[in-house]
Design a protein around this ligand. Structure first.
Ligand code: MBD
Ligand code: FE
Length: 281
């Protein structure tokens, strides 16, 4: 492809000025990133001969996306948040450090400062007709030694795929809890089985996904932050096996090592054996 050298020079000049490269002051890294982004954008406009109408549709789309606070949702849907995980994994592999439970994306629906308790929490407010879900886990270091005093911050959706704070029909901090591990590093949670999440059907994220022939659904999952003094923070999730979207997550968060096989317990003796006796409630 031949380029008109005069035109090319004019574009270079324009972008050098518009990205701030020609100015004193400001942040150099930001200038360089803006310069590259604007260059790539102009290249795309030229390559597809983007019309004025298409351009302003895109600008209005960004306004709508911000207005609905869906920028982070779109970042997940476009795989960009997962790409950050891919990069972090790559760097970790290159560092030669041992890797524990794999990370996966946080997503846009975390809320800080959930109620904190020791060793056990009931996460649901009891207002929803749902199947009971117990989660038991242990935080260990890379040698398998239990980590006492770790904070396990858990959040998940209800049976309609909705998250408290974003779904106004739920009570504050419903299905959001922090549990501090005891000396054995263990924690137990009583909650309800979540359903998968779907993007708001009338929102800008779903609109774009539909326009490119994609769906906006996630399989049923439970989010975790795990942290302890002196240890790297872990952001991860588990996916419940059997969900139709298990390997078709619109946000690309599923990892083989993070699939949990739910076990249905109907026998009271088995429940007692596993310390799922309801005494905690
Ligand atoms: C979610 O619940 C979620 O976890 C992600 C990543 C995106 C949208 C909704
Ligand atoms: Fe989620």
């Amino acid at each position: 492809m031949s380029v008109n050298p005069v035109h090319q020079t004019e574009l270079d000049t324009l972008l050098a000025i518009s990205s701030g490269l020609n100015s004193t002051g400001g942040n150099d890294r930001l200038k360089n990133i803006m310069h590259q982004l604007l260059n790539d954008l102009c290249k795309t406009i030229k390559q597809f001969d983007v019309t004025d109408e298409e351009f302003w549709v895109a600008v209005n789309y960004l306004n709508e996306l911000g207005g609905r606070q869906e920028a982070a949702l779109l970042a997940a849907g476009l795989g960009l948040e997962h790409y950050l995980d891919m990069r972090a994994d790559e760097k970790e592999a290159a560092s030669g450090n041992e890797v524990g439970t794999p990370r996966t994306i946080e997503g846009p629906l975390y809320v800080a400062n959930a109620p904190l308790s020791e060793g056990f929490a009931r996460m649901d407010d009891g207002k929803e007709q749902a199947e009971t879900m117990w989660l038991q886990g242990q935080v260990t270091d890379m040698n398998g030694k239990p980590v006492a005093g770790a904070i396990v911050d858990i959040w998940h959706a209800n049976t309609l795929g909705g998250y408290s704070f974003f779904d106004q029909s739920q009570s504050e901090y419903n299905l959001r809890r922090r549990i501090r591990t005891g000396d054995d590093g263990r924690y137990t949670v009583r909650s309800i089985v979540p359903c998968g999440y779907g993007c708001p059907p009338d929102g800008p994220t779903q609109k774009l996904l539909t326009a490119i022939g994609r769906h906006g659904n996630r399989p049923a999952h439970v989010h975790f932050f795990v942290s302890a003094p002196g240890y790297k923070h872990l952001t991860t999730q588990i996916n419940l096996n059997g969900d139709e979207y298990l390997w078709d997550d619109f946000a690309f968060a599923t990892r083989a090592e993070l699939i949990a096989d739910p076990v249905k317990i109907t026998d009271a003796a088995v429940a007692r054996e596993r310390d799922l006796n309801g005494e905690h409630t």
